[in-house]
Every structure is written in structure tokens, then in C-alpha cells.
Design a protein around this ligand. Structure first.
Ligand code: AP5
Length: 209
């Protein structure tokens, strides 16, 4: 199964992708995590991406599209994948359309006001990328990742002013893709304001149909 997770920054794409990865046994491919790993390893790509990410802007398509296409050619993607954070522009969506036929694009819908609150309480694992929330999804042991035991951090781009910029960019460049996938008959919309488990349940039920 080839899935896309659409939705604003902080809508819960990463949270749901981790669960769907376990349910469907297909890899979770997060472009944000790929850029952050490159940055951690100080690669030229990571250093270029940082300049955009820190400002809440999108990394240019020419740095992003080939990177994802190469990842999709890897062996573990042969039975499908969950794309989290790609495509985010019309050019990225067209590049993907040329290459593969996806099964569904899932829009996790959350209003901006709630997004700002979620980002303020988000903590992430710098090792495996697992997101937590101090109130809604706390780790079992405070400040420590349940999956790999690494100390959690606050993401650089979760500063309130950067979050607002990311939301502007989302509405301008990424939200129009909802129409793109609706026209293609691939769109599934779920209410992302519900509990994490209920959102997962709604996605799985919609996919069964
Ligand atoms: P990326 O890492 O993809 O960030 P994002 O899309 O902005 O999304 P987030 O990871 O911030 O949020 P999420 O929707 O995954 O929410 P989460 O599950 O963590 O991208 C970062 C940057 O990289 C971009 O700004 C850009 O610069 C660059 N980039 C990446 N892809 C690119 C591309 N294709 N093209 C160009 N540039 C690109 O949840 C958020 C919080 O809410 C957590 O604390 C979580 O615990 C909590 N939560 C989740 N679900 C619920 C729920 N149902 N109820 C209560 N709390 C919840």
C-alpha cells in the first residue's frame, strides 16, 4: 500500500505514521526526519536544508524530489510506504504522480489554534524521531523516548514564531494539494482533533473501504 499523509505542521502526521507503519508493516518515510538526520551528520544536504528549516520555509524542490525518488527505489519500499511530509508543493506532487500510483492521500485535519498548542508541548526523540507531547502523549518516563531510551529534545523549528511561519507556508503551498488528491479520487479526510487512537482507527477504517 502506498500512502501519503497530508496535514499542517503538528497535525499528527508523524504520530500516525509510526502507528500505520506497525499496522501495515511498510516503511515510514519522513522528509523532515531525513533532513534532520543529514543535519545531525553535518552532510552538505543537511547544512543547506537547515537554512530553510530554521526559518520555517520549505527546502527547495530540487533538493527534495530526487532525494525522495531515490528513497522510494530502495528495497524495503517494494511493498509500499507511508510518505510523511511529501509532497508539499505542486511540483513535488506532479513528480510523484509521474513515478507511482498512490493508493490514498490522508489529510489529518486540525485547526491552526490547536496546532500552536500542540507544537508548544511537543518533545521529539533526536535518535528515532518519535514525537511526544507533554500533556497529550507523554513518554512513560519523563524526558526519555519509550522506543529507544534517548533523551527527548525540543525541535529548533518549534519556536512559536517559526511555527506561525510554517503554518503560513502550509496554507499557501501545501493545502492546495488536498484538492489535487480529491480530484484524483484518492483523498481520505480524518478529524485530527480526536485522540491519537481514534484518528488511527478512522484512517484504518477508511482504508478498508
Ligand atoms: P516536518 O518534520 O515534516 O514537519 P511538519 O510537516 O511541519 O510536521 P511536524 O513533524 O511538525 O508535525 P506532525 O504533523 O508530524 O505532527 P506530530 O505527529 O509530531 O518538516 C520540517 C521541515 O522540513 C519543514 O518545515 C521544511 O523546512 C522541511 N521539509 C520537510 N519535508 C519537506 C518537503 N517535502 N519539501 C520541502 N521541505 C520539506 O504531532 C505534533 C504534536 O502533537 C506532538 O507533540 C504529538 O504528540 C501531538 N499529537 C499528535 N496527534 C495528537 C492527537 N490526536 N491528540 C493530541 N496530541 C497529538
Amino acid at each position: 500500500m502506498k500512502l501519503i499523509l497530508l496535514g499542517a505542521p503538528g497535525a499528527g502526521k508523524g504520530t500516525q505514521a509510526t502507528r500505520l507503519e506497525e499496522i501495515f508493516k511498510i516503511p515510514h518515510i519522513s522528509t523532515g526526519d531525513i533532513f534532520r538526520n543529514n543535519l545531525k551528520n553535518k552532510t552538505p544536504l543537511g547544512l543547506k536544508a537547515k537554512a530553510y528549516m530554521d526559518q520555517g520555509l520549505l527546502v527547495p524542490d530540487e533538493l527534495t524530489i530526487d532525494l525522495v525518488m531515490d528513497r522510494l527505489a530502495e528495497n524495503d519500499c517494494r511493498n509500499g510506504y507511508i510518505l510523511d511530509g511529501f509532497p508539499r508543493t505542486q511540483a513535488q506532487a506532479e513528480a510523484l504522480d509521474e513515478r507511482v500510483e498512490i493508493d490514498a492521500a490522508i489529510d489529518v485535519d486540525v485547526p491552526d489554534k490547536l496546532i500552536v498548542e500542540r507544537m508548544a508541548g511537543r518533545r521529539v526523540c533526536p535518535n528515532c524521531g518519535e514525537p511526544y507531547h507533554i500533556k497529550y502523549e507523554p513518554p512513560k518516563k519523563e524526558g526519555i523516548c519509550d522506543r529507544c531510551g534517548t533523551a527527548l529534545i525540543i525541535r529548533e523549528d518549534d519556536k512559536p514564531e517559526t511555527v506561525l511561519k510554517r503554518l503560513d507556508v502550509y496554507h499557501e503551498q501545501t493545502a492546495p494539494l488536498i484538492g489535487h488528491y480529491k480530484e484524483a479520487g484518492k483523498l481520505i479526510q480524518v478529524d485530527g482533533t480526536q485522540s491519537v487512537d481514534k484518528v488511527t482507527q478512522d484512517i484504518v477504517e477508511a482504508l478498508k473501504k
